[in-house]
Write a protein that binds this ligand. Sequence first.
Ligand code: ADP
Ligand code: MG
Length: 282
Amino acid sequence: MPSHTVCELRDVSFTYPGAAAERGTKVRPALSGITLSIKDGEWVALLGSNGSGKSTLAKHMNALLVPTQGDCIVYGMSTSDADHVPAIRNAVAMVFQNPENQIVGTTVEEDTAFGPENQGLPPGDIARRVNDALAATGLREKRQSPVYTLSGGEKQRLAVAGALALDSSCLVLDEPTAMLDPQGRAQLLAVLAELHRGGKTLVSITHRLEEIIHCDRAIVLVRGTVAWEGAVPELFQSTEALREWGIFIPPLAALWKDLHARGITPLPSVPSLPEMVQALCP
Ligand SMILES: Nc1ncnc2c1ncn2[C@@H]1O[C@H](COP(=O)(O)OP(=O)(O)O)[C@@H](O)[C@H]1O
Ligand SMILES: [Mg+2]
């Protein structure tokens, strides 16, 4: 496999163990026949309605789950090989929906240092990793703060700092903005955009189409299968399909599509709100 592939799923199916016995019926797999690959430095959006398999797929990318059938290869290592799991977990970090569940330290600094300390790095290296991670997530001023004093958005950026301090080259974020207010959401997205510019590989799971404007590619899951894959501007054009897939179309995207269809706005793809304002009221 070429080194520029971060993660490759080959015909992956997954059924939760025990699910059939619990319900006494034949259970649909959570994932069926998924084939996809994530390239180094890409920012991929993973979309789909509730229960479509997004979290199950995300958990395959750092070996929290292994395929019932097929192969999941991360940086050339099969997640089904237990010997590779520690290296895979270092390379691909997960950030979950609820920031409260990801805190391990008392202060911002301690929390961020937890990963590199566990990796057994020398103190100088730990300090450097922590500094860099807090700078990248805009938390430098808060380094001495007790974690309980942080806002939801700051806690979620702290979770990202923890992943950066591990020196993971890929971050998989499972609805990281779901519990944040608009400001917390915007700040987290700005951090992700900056990480993307710096070359990190990012996989963002979200319900909100307005959050994927800067992603390179989108993958839509429907009932555990890949229903669509392609560039983000094309996805925004597919209003009918989006409705069918249970994905909400944000007002800004709907407005852009209307204006674009009438040739009113020159903007080539769905803009950010300030870009739209600038285009309409120059
Ligand atoms: N721990 C579990 N045990 C059994 N079934 C599960 C479990 N977690 C998720 N599922 C089922 O797997 C399917 C996909 O779920 P999930 O990956 O959580 O979807 P999403 O993240 O897109 O909402 C759903 O049908 C869900 O009910
Ligand atoms: Mg989920």
